[in-house]
Ligand binder design. Structure first.
Ligand SMILES: Cc1cc2nc3c(=O)[nH]c(=O)nc-3n(C[C@H](O)[C@H](O)[C@H](O)COP(=O)(O)OP(=O)(O)OC[C@H]3O[C@@H](n4cnc5c(N)ncnc54)[C@H](O)[C@@H]3O)c2cc1C
Ligand code: FES
Ligand code: FES
Length: 529
């Protein structure tokens, strides 16, 4: 059994300074090399020894690959743009609401802030949440390699599980979304075991209205075939037709037949077919009503919904829809109604400082080369104090904090991104320190739970609130919860309970539950945090 608390595998760590240097290194090392962006896939795969590259090429500091740019009607997402940045971007919510919704349904706050859109596509997972939405909007991937730049529709980017069209020496630089056609509505839906998990099945729908007819549409599904797929035969049934409940029901069944699901650890093929039928029906109704007015509401099916779905015998699509409604899930009532999450999003969109990605330190100096038998001197500012440390390529930030600096507040739980007990603030963002290479964090600012209290020992108001509400349930999870909640309170002055629940959804408690913790965070907003 792999020990996920350390990274056993040894490799040479390279940090190029430009995209051209990265391409040259990739070309030189070929299959022996792996790129490192946010690390939420790669570090897990290295830890469980599914991948054993000789060389890791870190691209997180490369200039020009981050952020969202609009020009000539197109919207360009840099490959290093985080899922969180896309989720919180007002223009994405307006023009591509299903993409914003896919990013909202994507894992935890920490993973959203670490994971990049480029990593999500290049990992090649059929369960990618961004891929169906990008395909539904007709996005293209821009690749750069030794023979120059080329564009590939995202639809053709995936080859099979873990495999993409990326050739030797090629990396993804950006994803380009065309301007949506007038009258476009969209929806994204996802079913997962728990809110922060990878999809059992997901779906993105875009639909172009022409009066009471459907001028065009795309139905795209994830986790139901070896790669994200369009249900083209089902799409053909819709194009040119009058929108009607009967048509939608027929198309939902057709889509369920067209997918190619398998039984695996997350679900069964039969369940996936049923869910795809239900998601198609709901997605089409939402997209028809929505017309890209940011009216995509509660589209990720919740756990109670799932329970009802599982307890169903044979109700067909209508049975599934009834279960969905009776489980308290919300349907769009009107195009203008906003969900709590949409409200939170507008809070975020209105705040003065824009979202930045975690390691934003510009690359300076010479490219970094660190061989497995070498150590490199790095500088971290930890809890306001500059620290100089010597680290090997496979040293993790969490180990360095706990063992070298004896800051044991951040805990080792799962070691693979699933519990958030290791959360620290890295450059102001809640970050899973078990999935960060220490060398990659060189130059960063880190705050651990030990840094919350004042130098004279006075506790932070958030810590006081945790004491007052008996939210210090155990020493294991509380530090991570405090560090995550602290960032929320820095981002949103008056978070709602939904905000707190959503922000902390990745911080797992294995004992008492979350009620006291949520009360504590809410009450901390009344203090001066
Ligand atoms: C706990 C947990 C929950 C998760 N939940 C979800 C979820 O709900 N939905 C979902 O879709 N995913 C989920 N993921 C998977 C992961 O977070 C995403 O796929 C993420 O977007 C990966 O981005 P990254 O920057 O971290 O990629 P990395 O791990 O850095 O890289 C992933 C792969 O892509 C390659 N790569 C990265 N960038 C480029 C580039 N620009 N050009 C070429 N190759 C590149 C890397 O070499 C590597 O093979 C989850 C992961 C964890 C650990
Ligand atoms: S120890 Fe890092 S997420 Fe569990
Ligand atoms: S708070 Fe740690 S197990 Fe519940």
């Amino acid at each position: 059994m792999t020990n996920s608390h350390i990274l056993v595998h040894e490799f040479t760590y390279l940090e190029p300074r430009t995209v051209d240097e990265a391409v040259a290194l990739l070309h030189e090392h070929g299959d022996r090399a792996k790129l490192l962006a946010g690390g939420t896939d790669l570090l897990v795969q290295l830890k469980i020894e599914r991948l054993k590259p000789d060389v890791v090429i870190a691209i997180h500091k490369l200039p020009g690959l981050k952020g969202i740019v609009r020009a000539d009607g197109e919207t360009r997402l840099g490959a290093l743009t985080t899922i969180r940045t896309i989720r919180d971007d007002r223009g994405i919510s307006q023009d591509y609401p299903a993409l914003a919704e896919a990013c909202r349904a994507f894992s935890t706050t920490q993973v959203q802030m670490m994971g990049t859109v480029g990593g999500n596509l290049c990992n090649g997972s059929p369960a990618s949440d961004s891929a169906p939405a990008l395909i539904a909007f007709g996005a293209e991937a821009e690749l750069i390699g030794p023979s120059g730049v080329r564009r590939v529709p995202v639809e053709d980017f995936f080859v099979g599980p873990g495999k993409t069209v990326l050739g030797r020496g090629e990396l993804l630089t950006s994803v380009i979304l065309p301007a949506p056609r007038p009258g476009t509505g969209s929806a994204f839906l996802k079913v997962s075991r728990v809110a922060a998990d990878i999809a059992k099945a997901n779906a993105a729908v875009t639909l172009v209205r022409d009066g009471d007819r459907i001028a065009d549409c795309r139905l795209v599904y994830g986790s139901v075939a070896p790669r994200p797929m369009r249900a083209r035969r089902a799409e053909a049934l819709l194009i040119g037709q009058r929108f009607s409940p009967e048509l939608v029901a027929r198309v939902a069944q057709a889509a369920a037949q067209e997918i190619a699901p398998i039984d695996d650890v997350r679900s069964t093929a039969g369940y996936r077919r049923q869910v795809v039928a239900a998601m198609t029906q709901d997605g089409l109704n939402q997209a028809w009503a929505g017309e890209n007015t940011n009216s995509v509401l509660h589209t990720a099916y919740s756990v109670p919904v799932l329970r009802s779905l599982l307890s169903l015998s044979k109700g067909g699509v209508e049975g599934l829809r009834t279960a969905y409604s009776s489980a308290g899930a919300r349907y769009p009532q009107s195009a203008n109604r906003q969900s709590p999450m949409a409200n939170r999003q507008s809070q975020i969109a209105n705040r003065s400082t824009p979202c930045s990605d975690i390691i934003d330190t510009p690359a300076t100096g010479a490219p970094v080369t660190l061989r497995p038998d070498e150590k490199r001197r790095i500088t971290l500012t930890v809890n306001g104090v500059k620290q100089t440390l010597w680290v090997a390529p496979n040293d993790l930030l969490l180990n360095v904090l706990r063992e070298d600096l004896e800051l044991t507040g951040a805990k080792y739980g799962c070691g693979i991104g699933e519990c958030s007990a290791c959360t620290v603030q890295l450059n102001g963002k809640p970050t899973l320190s078990c999935l960060v290479l220490a060398v990659a964090a060189d130059g960063s600012e880190v705050v651990t739970v030990e840094g919350l209290q004042a130098p004279d020992g006075t506790l932070d108001p958030l810590q006081e609130a945790f004491l007052d509400h008996a939210a210090y349930q155990c020493g294991f999870c509380t530090p991570g919860m405090l560090m995550t909640a602290k960032t929320l309170l820095a981002e949103v002055a008056q978070p709602t309970e939904d905000d707190v629940r959503d922000y902390l959804k990745g911080n797992l408690c294995r004992c008492t539950g979350y009620a006291s913790i949520i009360r504590a965070v809410m009450s901390a907003t009344e203090r001066e945090v």
